[in-house]
Design a binder for this molecule. Structure first.
Ligand code: ADP
Length: 360
């Protein structure tokens, strides 16, 4: 009877481990894998069948395997639990940052029977940390030069002799005011970035000519496209109406889309900006013949910090398309993506014509 109960509770614990939304790997005292739950399979790309019986280091290829293996530390009784940030390598060869918790596995008599590793993918967290650190350092760097100017000119005013002259004093004060204005602008931008991320963006609508804006962008991007051997086209057969929009923010939308089109281009090929309209909407398409996007990733490309698997070492934080979506939706519009891996992508920004400003 007791054994039956014991077996039932063992099965129950096994189910718990199998269902845990955390990768769990157990090893014996020789570091050979004895258990590999489904979350570990998903994260590493190895099946339990492939992993069980192999050495832990062979499968996880952890960042600390060869230096301070956390499992050895718990198995050698140096520590009861080791919690560290490290990396594992997936079967596909990706290096995945993880938060790893390692503990000794003891039987009911307290005898050591192996070790256990429970770990979680912290890629998103790391991307967020990088983005935060980058934003803060950019912000601090940009603040530096107006602050130095303000300090310098305020110093001159304070130590200046009485014969400095009114004209000179006014000039210095004017410089201080200008530099303080720049600082204010910068702080506003920084706050806006955080508003963008928390969904509290405020748009400044005014009459905006998309044709003019797209032409300016087309001219600005021409040299860069030529440099990477891309044929760059602007196709707007029919003039678009003036719409009520936040021109600066829309420029950011098109800039992000064009940056991506050129960034993910293959050598040669074309990038096209094309415009269309219906009775209600204007449509701006940015089309490329670049690397394309995997069908499974299409759902996530607009998520903050999402970066594709094929982006290699191309620069970026995965915030561009999240900003595009937030800004376009702030205009009561939509952005859609169609793409085929290896063939290219089309991003279509659809904006309602709304009130057409007669004064333009
Ligand atoms: P980032 O460009 O900084 O990685 P984005 O938010 O702009 O971030 O894009 C998110 C992801 O969407 C990219 O990492 C890439 O995988 C994919 N993507 C976006 N635009 C394109 C494009 N034109 N061609 C191929 N992939 C793209």
């Amino acid at each position: 009877m007791e054994t039956l109960e014991k077996q039932a509770s063992l099965t129950f614990y096994k189910f718990i481990i199998q269902s845990l939304p955390v990768a769990v790997v157990t090893v014996d005292s020789q570091l050979k894998i004895t258990g590999f739950n489904p979350w570990a399979e998903g994260l590493t790309g190895y099946s339990a069948e492939e992993a069980v019986g192999r050495y832990c280091g062979e499968i996880l290829r952890g960042g600390m395997c060869h230096s301070e293996c956390p499992l050895r530390r718990v198995l050698n009784n140096q520590h009861r639990i080791v919690r560290i940030e490290t990396t594992v390598r997936s079967k596909r060869g990706e290096t995945i940052p993880v938060m790893m918790n390692t503990a000794a596995l003891l039987d009911e008599d307290g005898k050591l029977i192996g070790g256990l590793e429970a770990f979680q993918d912290i890629r998103r967290l790391k991307a967020l940390e990088r983005e935060k650190a980058n934003l803060i350092s950019m912000f601090a760097h940009d603040m530096k030069s107006p602050l130095v100017a303000i300090q310098g000119f305020a110093g001159r005013l304070l130590t200046g002799t009485s014969d400095m002259g009114e004209e000179k004093r006014d000039k210095y004060l004017e410089i201080i005011r200008e530099e303080a204005g720049k600082l204010e602008f910068l702080v506003d931008d920084f706050l806006e970035l955080s508003r963008l991320q928390t969904g509290k963006l405020k748009l400044n609508f005014s009459a905006t000519s998309l044709d003019k804006q797209l032409l300016e962008l087309f001219e600005a991007y021409q040299p860069r496209a030529a440099q990477v051997g891309i044929e760059f086209r602007l196709e707007n057969k029919e003039a678009l109406p003036i719409i009520e929009a936040d021109g600066d923010r829309l420029r950011r939308v098109f800039t992000n889309l064009l940056d991506n089109a050129l960034k993910f281009a293959k050598k040669r090929g074309t990038v096209t900006i094309a415009t269309e309209q219906t009775d209600q909407d204007v449509m701006i398409k940015i089309m490329d013949e670049g690397i394309g996007i995997d069908e499974r990733e299409l759902l996530y490309v607009f998520d903050p910090f999402h970066r594709g698997r094929d982006v290699d070492d191309r620069e970026g934080f995965g915030l561009g398309l999240a900003a595009v979506k937030t800004i376009v939706e702030g205009h009561k519009g939509r952005v859609i993506v169609e793409s085929e891996l290896g063939k290219g992508s089309v991003f279509t920004v659809i904006l309602p014509k709304g009130r057409i400003n007669e004064t333009f």
